[in-house]
Design a protein around this ligand. Structure first.
Ligand code: PHE
Length: 320
């Protein structure tokens, strides 16, 4: 039995065969167990020696069995690890990630251009007082921009800012000239069609120093246009009206194939605005400008419907 058991155990190579072996030799009806059962058929004086030998055999086979069991478990573990092996040199499955919205990209491009010319970037609140949004900007009660139809009022004295120009006021109240800032952000107007969104983005600009003139304004905006639309871009100033600038201009850029297109409003800071923030208009001069970021994005990329920006169609968004 011993020889048979050792030979069989040597051939065992997996968990199933091992279990078969256990049943065959060590189980309740197994070969070693039945050897023990023979005990009662032997004459009493032979029983102790026989029993001892069978027990020794059982112990030996059990020991060999558990060694084999350990070997097989190690083998299984190794196979399992082998299956989990990861080849870190294989190319990965690329996951699609989003990117900045085209309006945000253009806004950052505008910021970069002005920052490189020495302007600081500042931000202001989207909920404004009527004083910052209108009064301090020399916009009297009767001006159409104060009409309910254009603005989202929260209370009599609070509204969603209709432009970024109130940041001019906040900055001049906080700082002393000279000042050169731009202020990007969201603005709100009650309008919705192919060229208007109720929420859109502007970048405001303000430069205050001694002896600034329209020449400084024009150079700065021309430099901006060249950097934004290409080095052949030209601009022109048309007379216009804003309550907070005098003189005021609409600024057009010339794009070949399109002709003259309006890109922003600008002007020399009105002396009344300086008085409202406690600056002496005899000492300080300044120019200011404000541009619509969606509009500039549309010109730059030939987009004809402003609503594309808020439709969230990935086919549109991912092409910029
Ligand atoms: N705030 C004006 C607008 O929203 C633009 C502007 C800014 C004009 C600064 C002149 C100076 O239309």
């Amino acid at each position: 039995v011993e020889k048979e058991a050792i030979e069989k155990l040597e051939k065992v190579s997996n968990a199933q065969e091992l279990e078969q072996f256990r049943v065959e030799f060590l189980g309740k009806k197994g070969k070693i167990t039945s050897l023990m059962k023979n005990l009662k058929n032997l004459p009493p004086e032979e029983r102790p020696a026989y029993g001892k030998r069978v027990n020794e055999l059982r112990e030996k086979v059990e020991r060999l069995f558990s060694e084999k069991k350990k070997q097989i478990e190690e083998l299984l573990e190794r196979e399992r690890m082998e299956k989990m092996r990861v080849d870190v040199t294989l190319p990965g499955a690329r996951r699609k990630v989003g990117h900045s919205h085209p309006v945000l990209k253009v806004m950052e491009e505008i910021e970069r251009i002005f920052v490189s010319m020495g302007f600081d970037v500042v931000e202001g609140p989207e909920i404004e007082t009527t004083w910052h949004n209108f009064d301090a900007l020399n916009t009297p009660e009767w001006h159409p921009a104060r009409d309910e139809h254009d603005s989202f009022y929260i209370t009599d004295e609070l509204l969603l800012r209709t432009h970024t120009s109130p940041v001019q006021i906040r900055t001049m109240l906080e700082r002393k000239p000279p000042i050169a800032i731009i202020s990007p952000g969201k603005v709100y107007r009650r309008d919705y069609d192919a060229t208007h969104l109720p929420m859109f983005h502007q970048v405001e600009g303000l430069h205050v120093d001694r002896d600034l003139s329209v020449a400084h304004l024009k150079f700065t905006l021309e430099e901006f246009a060249r950097r934004m639309f290409g080095k052949n871009a030209r601009i022109r100033l048309r007379p216009s009206y804003f309550p907070f600038t005098e003189p005021s201009f609409e600024v057009d850029v010339y794009l070949s194939g399109y002709g003259w297109l309006e890109i922003l409003g600008a002007g020399m800071v009105d002396p009344n605005v300086f008085l409202n923030v406690g600056y002496d208009p005899e000492e300080w001069t300044g120019y200011a400008f404000g541009m619509g970021v969606e509009r500039i994005s549309m010109l730059k990329y030939g987009i004809t419907d402003i609503r594309e920006f808020v439709r969230n169609d990935v086919r549109f968004l991912s092409s910029y």
